[in-house]
Structures are given as C-alpha cells and as structure tokens.
Write a protein that binds this ligand. Structure first.
Ligand code: SAH
Length: 222
C-alpha cells in the first residue's frame, strides 16, 4: 500500500515538474518563483474529482462561482511582485480563494496576510494551509477593498480578482518602494494585469498582459 502511495507521490511530483518546466518556457524565469511553484502541491487545492487536472496549465472551478488561477498567471503575478531587489517581508493578498496563490506567496515572503470575502472558501483554505504546515500566514474573512490597515504598510500587495479601478485604500497600505499586482477591467470584459509601483511622489503603472479574472466584489458573504 505504501508503495502505491509513494509511486503516486512521485508521479505527482513529475507532473508538477513538467508543468513548471512549461511555465519556464513561457517566460516565468525567476528561479525562486520556479522553486516555489515546484514546492506547492496544487492538486491538494482542488476537489478530488479535479485532481487529475491540477497540473494542466488552466484555471479550475473551486466552488462559489470562483476559480483557482491558471498556473502561468500565478507565475507571472508572483514574478512581477518579487522582481525587485527590495526584500518582501510582508505581502497582502486579496482573494484567498482556495489558497494556492497564498501558499506560493508564503514560500517566498516572510509574512503573508490574506483576505477572502466568502467565508465558506476562507475557512477551509485556512485549514488547508495550516495543515500543510504554513506558519507565516495570517487569515481574515473580510472585504479586501479596505485591505488590512493594522498589518500594513506592505512591501507587496497581490489582488487576485479584477477591479474596474485601482482600490485607493490598497495603495495607501503599500509602503513607498512597494509593488502591487492586480487585474484591472470589467467582469467578462477586457482586463489587463497591472503592475503598480509606489514612489515618493505617486504611483507608476505598467500593463503586463491581458487576463480574465472573476470580479472583485464589495462586502462579505457567509
Ligand atoms: N488566488 C485564488 C484566486 C481565487 S478567485 C486562487 O488561486 O484560488 C478570486 C477570489 O477573490 C475569490 O475567492 C473571491 O471570493 C475573492 N474576492 C473577490 N472580491 C473580494 C474582496 N473584495 N475581498 C476579498 N476577496 C475577494
């Protein structure tokens, strides 16, 4: 029995390695980000029936009309956040979802604060990340539009749902010299992944690539 389990683990690691190699070929080249993607068992973040698809480079449903992001997009967003020489001691994530991106961030940052508005996603994801052994994550059920002021300012902020405009309160909670990565645009419409840098006299924004994310919504849900 143990042998089967070991075999499966080896096969899963191979599938994950192949996926990471494919992401590298597509332009995710930061070695630390690749290492983090190799370390996080994505199949444990989706329901059993979808596990066999966990190492395809695609978004998958996670319930409550939400999705686990496509691995390539997770790679691009993470790389954009960590591509400066500035140490990323504290990172804020808006939209915990299933917690996969949270785990990737927790592999790289000293401390991750993650906010999710739907409690029925937030609670199981918190349990999952705790049982995987992550000790550097703080969790909050709340509306990410307001961020997490008490924990700020952050070196980096990652938003994993699309807003039509840059949420101002999040910019306020970003440290000077910090970076924010977020999808911008209408639900179902044209969206761009945006990299924002905060300087001493304002912000500088850069569009990275077209994306498709679920919308950033206001308020909380059970
Ligand atoms: N990083 C996640 C992506 C999940 S999809 C993953 O890979 O699984 C986006 C998530 O953002 C959803 O879970 C959605 O409920 C959440 N979300 C949307 N608006 C939000 C808000 N205002 N505050 C916090 N979370 C929000």
């Amino acid at each position: 029995m143990n042998d089967t389990k070991t075999l499966n683990q080896a096969a899963l690691q191979r599938a994950r390695d192949r996926l990471v190699d494919a992401l590298q070929a597509k332009g995710v080249t930061n070695p630390l980000v690749l290492e983090a993607l190799r370390a996080v068992p994505r199949h444990l973040f989706v329901e059993d029936a979808l596990q066999y698809r966990a190492y395809e480079d695609s978004a998958l449903p996670i319930g409550q009309a939400q999705t686990i992001s496509q691995p390539y997009i997770v790679g691009v967003m993470t790389q954009a956040l960590f591509s400066s020489t500035r140490p990323m001691n504290s990172v804020l994530e808006i939209g915990t979802g299933c917690g996969y991106q949270t785990a990737v961030l927790a592999e790289l940052a000293k401390r991750v604060c993650t906010v999710e508005r739907i409690r029925s996603l937030q609670q199981p994801s918190e349990q999952r990340l705790r049982s995987l052994g992550y000790r550097n994550i703080e969790y909050r059920h709340g509306d990410g539009f307001v961020g997490w002021r008490e924990r700020g300012p952050f070196d980096g902020i990652m938003v994993t749902a699309a807003a039509s405009e840059i949420p101002k309160m999040l910019v306020d909670q970003l440290d000077i010299g910090g970076r924010m990565v977020l999808p911008l645009g209408e639900d179902g419409g044209h969206q761009q992944l945006c990299l924002l840098r905060k300087t001493g006299n304002g912000t500088v924004e850069e569009n990275l690539l077209p994306v498709r994310f679920v919308p950033l919504l206001r308020g909380v849900e059970a």
